[in-house]
Design a protein around this ligand. Structure first.
Ligand SMILES: [Zn+2]
Length: 214
């Protein structure tokens, strides 16, 4: 059974998730930690729970979601998984962050590219990749059918959806991605890139951006 530790990191308040199961192997989704205190908080949770990180997964390449990639990859000798379409965003992460007066260590270039239908395995668990472009060109969500979980990155939020006014954003493409997510079972718990968790069923019936187009 999948267990989740949640953190809210950096000035943009990104949700970082440590996802593990009974084997203690874990993956880290969206390393948003941006300073010594946040790095230590993440590290402590891994140590206290006796976890073994095996992969870092970035739901997309925006700087606020990859600020901690350098720390996580170096500390745990693991590499980043993401969709190739967001490589440019990662390459520009430090310069984008500087527009917001935020200093980040330039993330290492991701080496592992994931696409729709791919599976990320850790311990006895599997997360399936759902390609959900629209917020960025290479946005992905991670889905566990058995545990009824979705990590939605910045594609779907509780009561909202990802912005499409940044480079690579496209409203129509995002709506198509959201329609794909709305096919998932209503009782799927959604862990978003920012803000509180929700469920597919709740968003399907109450999210104004979704009810408008469904
Ligand atoms: Zn984003």
């Amino acid at each position: 059974m999948i267990k989740i530790l949640e953190f809210q990191f950096n000035p943009v308040e990104v949700n970082t998730y440590i996802v593990y199961d009974e084997t203690s192997e874990c993956v880290i989704i969206d390393a948003g930690c941006c300073n010594k205190g946040e790095n230590e908080m993440l590290q402590k949770a891994i140590t206290v729970n006796n976890l073994k990180p095996s992969k870092l997964i970035s739901t997309h390449g925006h700087f606020d979601h990859v600020m901690g990639n350098s720390f996580v990859c170096e500390t745990y000798k693991i590499s980043t998984y993401m969709n190739k379409n967001d490589l440019g965003d990662v390459e520009r992460a430090a310069s984008h962050a500087s527009y917001f007066d935020i200093n980040i260590i330039q993330p290492p270039v991701p080496q592992n590219f994931i696409n729709d239908g791919d599976e990320i395995k850790f311990g006895n668990s599997t997360l399936k990749i759902i390609f959900t472009p629209g917020h960025t060109r290479g946005g992905i969500c991670l889905y566990s059918e058995s545990d009824k979980l979705l990590f939605s990155g910045d594609t779907l939020f509780a009561g909202s959806i990802g912005r499409t006014d940044l480079p690579g954003g496209d409203y129509d493409v995002l709506i198509n991605s959201l329609k794909k997510l709305m096919q998932l079972p209503d009782d799927t718990n959604v862990f978003c890139g920012h803000g509180p968790r929700t469920t597919i069923g709740y968003e399907k019936s109450t999210n104004p951006f979704i009810t408008e187009v469904m």
